[in-house]
Design a protein around this ligand. Structure first.
Ligand code: NAP
Length: 323
């Protein structure tokens, strides 16, 4: 097909399969043309299973950048900065999985490399692109609900990963803060910007956190209570934003298909299409590349770096450092 957007998927783990499925099922004008792995053997196996044109190592893709329009980097978090720099230096635009990196310094280097090479990179915080999230931002902007009082968000998941998962391993930059807390931090910044103070408590096992309760404290006693955890399965809990004159409730905020806005005399329930939400960030990113835009207005570099700084602080308060 003419003008088809050609993707490479780099890092052939669990999430790469979801990405390939979404492109194959939902995308009108794009294709996964290359699967890229640290293991050529695994790349070939994957190529056969998903019927992909090229099976490559990272080095092979870097040597043939014109094969693709963009790379989706979904390797383990400890590898993002290494993979990303290698492809940015070849001027390949990059959609990089969350969490962008394991600390502020490497994240900053990744963005500097993108800028120095006039090439786009965007953190794949897909929740920000959901129509439900866009609706929440519109409701917040309207200011009809009065003064912000507090908000509360939980993201508790991970039991499905199994005991040997990357999420429990320090060398792969595991922990609930980097795996799940990142969504809560992005959402909180969207609601009320940077906090004045952050407090945490949590449980660390083998060098990474299993759960973390954290609070964001703002001017005028506004407070955000947040919890990331691999321990409890509270995945269906809502994000709730409380205002003087009502609240916004977002069930399964990370994957939201419904938003409830309640005031004293009215309850509005807004429902959204039940499709895999990855498609919205994919379409946004493809448009940026097609229009030669060098920074996403939805997940911009300042936001990614602010989130990274906060995640590093949460880990620091629990005594967790990487490298
Ligand atoms: N946006 C989301 O909803 C979402 C959800 C889950 C994860 N993620 C993010 O995506 C990234 C990867 O997560 P994941 O859950 O896909 O991790 P995973 O399944 O553990 O895969 C991680 C990496 O391990 C390597 N790998 C895969 N199978 C392997 C095998 N049999 N032997 C040795 N190595 C193997 C792959 O890299 P190579 O093929 O290059 O070796 C792969 O990229 C992380 O940054 C994570 O935070 C995002």
């Amino acid at each position: 097909m003419e003008n088809q957007f050609k993707w490479a998927v780099c890092g052939l783990g669990r999430i790469s399969k979801r990405f390939v499925k979404v492109i194959n099922k939902l995308s009108k004008n794009s294709i996964v043309i290359a699967c890229v792995s640290s293991s050529k053997e695994r790349a070939i196996k994957y190529q056969k299973k998903y019927n992909i044109k090229y099976a490559l190592t990272y080095k092979e893709l870097a040597e043939s950048p014109s094969l693709v329009d963009a790379v989706y980097v979904c390797t383990n978090i400890n590898m993002h900065h290494i993979n990303v720099k290698m492809f940015l230096e070849k001027k390949i635009p990059i959609l990089c999985e969350k969490t962008f990196s394991y600390d502020y310094k490497t994240a900053q280097e990744m963005i500097e490399t993108a800028k120095n090479n006039n090439t786009l990179i965007m953190e794949a915080m897909w929740t920000k692109f959901l129509p439900a999230t866009q609706y929440v931002t519109e409701v917040i902007k309207k200011h009809n609900l009065g003064k912000l009082i507090s908000f509360k968000g939980n993201f508790c998941a991970g039991i499905g990963h199994g005991p040997n998962s990357r999420i429990y391993k320090k060398e792969l930059c595991g922990g609930s803060i980097l795996d799940l807390g990142v969504y809560l931090v992005h959402y909180s910044l969207m609601i009320n910007g940077l906090p004045n103070k952050i407090t945490t408590n949590g449980k660390v096992i083998n060098g990474v956190d299993r759960w973390c309760n954290f609070s964001f404290i703002y001017d005028d006693n506004v407070i955000g209570h947040l919890r990331s955890s691999f321990k409890l399965l509270e995945i269906k809990e809502a994000f709730i934003i409380n205002y003087e004159n009502g609240y916004i409730k977002i069930p399964r905020f990370f994957d939201a298909k419904k938003v409830i806005v309640k005031t004293f005399n009215q309850k509005v329930i807004k429902k959204f299409k039940k499709v895999d939400g990855f498609i919205y960030e994919i379409e946004h990113f493809e448009n940026l590349v097609r229009n030669k835009t060098l920074e996403s207005p939805v997940v911009n570099y300042d936001t990614t770096l602010s989130v990274m700084e906060i995640l590093e602080e949460l880990n620091r308060q629990l005594g967790v450092t990487f490298y």
